[in-house]
Write a protein that binds this ligand. Sequence first.
Ligand code: SF4
Ligand code: SF3
Length: 548
Amino acid sequence: MSMFCFQCQEAAKGTGCTIKGVCGKTDDVANLQDLLIHTLKGIAVFSKALRDAGENNLPDHFIIEGLFVTITNANFDAEAISRHITEALIIRDELKKRAEVIGLKPEFASGDAASWFAEPALYGVKARNVGVLTTTDEDVRSLRELLMYGMKGVAAYTEHARNLGFKDETIYAFLEKGLVATLNDTLSADEQVGLVMECGKIGVSAMALLDKANTTRYGNPEITKVNIGVGIRPGILISGHDLKDMEELLAQTEGTGVDVYTHSEMLPANYYPAFKKYGHFVGNYGNAWWKQNEEFESFNGPVLFTTNCIVPPRASSTYADRVYTTGASGYPGFLHIADRSVDKPKDFSAIIEHAKHCAPPVEIEKGEIVGGFAHAQVFALADKVVDAVKSGAIRKFFVMAGCDGRMKSRDYYTEFAEKLPKDTVILTAGCAKYRYNKLALGDIGGIPRVLDAGQCNDSYSLVVIAMKLKEVFQLNDINDLPIAYNIAWYEQKAVIVLLALLYLGVKKIHLGPSLPAFLSPNVATVLVNTFGIAPIGSVDDDMKLFLN
Ligand code: SF4
Ligand code: SF3
């Protein structure tokens, strides 16, 4: 075993990747990510103590970015991760000095996370001894990692909000507390479960903060027909989740003769009023992240990753030299666009120049898909929706938010959507939608049968809609609504979406295409018994279960 990672749904053999990631992550990158997480825990030891003592000017942003870098398919660049570790050691030791100066003696200050040091050349050696398997009790490990992956999801959403100028100190404080808790061997199982639930609560805050940031800056998403065909000019394809990058790219490409297309999780950018004003914003190209090896070839122009999900290009690929990364994302050989400064946007001129010398995209499909059903838009249709429920025209809603992935078992979601009775409506968010958003599922009295709220973080919108329906129908329990939850997960943002739903009291969530490898049998039993979480079964069996 040269590495161990079990943080995503595609973990090898359903237990963990031990030689190389199924995602393409090499063992050295996986181990360096472990070392970065280990060092962030050390930073949190001092940062938490300083925050508790009323100190300001703490490395909030460094912690969230560090966590984000380790999310599945975000960063494959060993050198970049090593640089993060070097910076983390400097930050940690500065915080340690600050804590000493004011006489603080934080718990775990003498532990390895808070005190280790090595020269960069030896990070690889050190890294092999700090991974998740160093927690030997499998239930403690399971709860620690469930918390850790939830926090990674929180970090991602918090980073996007921060990029738009929206911050929430309670989120930063929780991340420090959670990181420190993963060093604590004396916590009881109940205390650990309590932290996981608190993480769900913080997840709701992070998604609400991002929702506020996105809608304040760009307006409320509105019903939009998104073109999935192509134009005749060269284009730039923008992927990932960061809307600030989207804004700056659109502004900088205007009038250059270069078009902009969204890819995968950036599709919902098409729904925001602020982006619609750009005539060179053509639409969306392609599908969910895992099809990029083919789709980037035919796109012909440069691709910009703002976050996950990157798939390593094949050796035979002809597009690798036109892929760019920015923010937390990275890949060896892809050009990385530097961060913006306080008063200066990111500089996308290299990508724009590159695009000018590329052929226009090859058409792979044509037509339109409809989306933009975030909370404000659905509230605008509330009377229609409520009438449809009251009259029985809509029998049930199915929340099918989450992630897509490459496993064959995910065909389940396409078949499930196809077999749903015509008086049901799918509420979706995240890249899970690509399994059914191009099917002709029709509408119910003008309400489309697939209502796409947006990116995975916009699962928050689905919760807001559910809360509104609960109020309208004067119910005491969110679980009494005619809503079933059939969630697809892949990476750690889906973990925080799940924890947020659990925190809000949603029960009987079906989770697929398989339960997380990081859930030990005992922890899985707690989730099943307490929250009624269940794995998916066959489409027909699940359909019967949900509809009865
Ligand atoms: Fe394996 Fe997933 Fe970890 Fe990649 S992120 S190494 S596929 S468990
Ligand atoms: Fe997809 Fe990677 Fe999770 Fe934001 S783009 S949902 S998998």
